[in-house]
Design a binder for this molecule. Sequence first.
Ligand code: ADP
Ligand code: MG
Length: 248
Amino acid sequence: MQILEVKGVNKSFGGLKALNEVNLSVEQGDVHAIIGPNGAGKSTLLNCFVGRLTPDTGSVSFMGKNLIGIKPHEINQAGVSRVFQTPEIFGDLSILDNVIIPALATQDGSFRFNAWSGVLRRTEVQDKAESILEDLGLADKRHTIASSLSRGDKRRLELAMCLVQDPKLVLLDEPTAGMSRADTNNTIDLLKSIGERGITKIVIEHDMHVVFSLAHKVSVLAQGTVIVEGKPEDIKGDPRVQEAYLGG
Ligand code: ADP
Ligand code: MG
């Protein structure tokens, strides 16, 4: 079954055609990698899936439901969650608070505030946040202020913020960007373990080691168009892929 279906998507910025007739079909449960040189349109495409950008033409549907013109928070509530290219966390807050906030955003109504003491009562939401932090190895640091975390831990936190929403589809834009090899390998393991939850993932990635470790399917984007698509082993030696990277 297709969880995400993209048909004939075009997007221009002024005179620049960032996406040109993009078609993409993502199978439920898959890790689907989108690769391609800088400026190929990868982030623009993801932005069209989360309502940050509206395609000029074309359609995007998630579980059979149209996403075009739908507000970002509604897309999020429908089960699409995103990890950004630059971690977007609340630097001044604790790790735990960072995870509670997105959980509350998807669980309207379960938020309870004790007006007398001004203290947030222990709720299901907090239990869930703590359990996700446990899974991601961040439980010990739950009262640490987020801005003081290492780059790898910030990524981990971002993933926790995403998973606490029980997403059906997770979009990851360069999850290992700027990481050491050791952190990259940890991230691969993390992503594999969340794969066991049956969550579909779309991963934009530069690091071929990551792509070949994780992806079931790869779409290669160059100058706004999908030029090659297939299993990692099929696209590995494809001359069109090498040309796209070399030719820019
Ligand atoms: P990638 O993520 O593959 O590196 P992007 O999707 O970020 O590529 O960018 C695709 C092209 O669109 C680039 O030429 C980029 O400069 C341009 N672009 C992206 N976002 C905007 C924007 N908001 N305004 C103008 N141009 C943009
Ligand atoms: Mg990008």
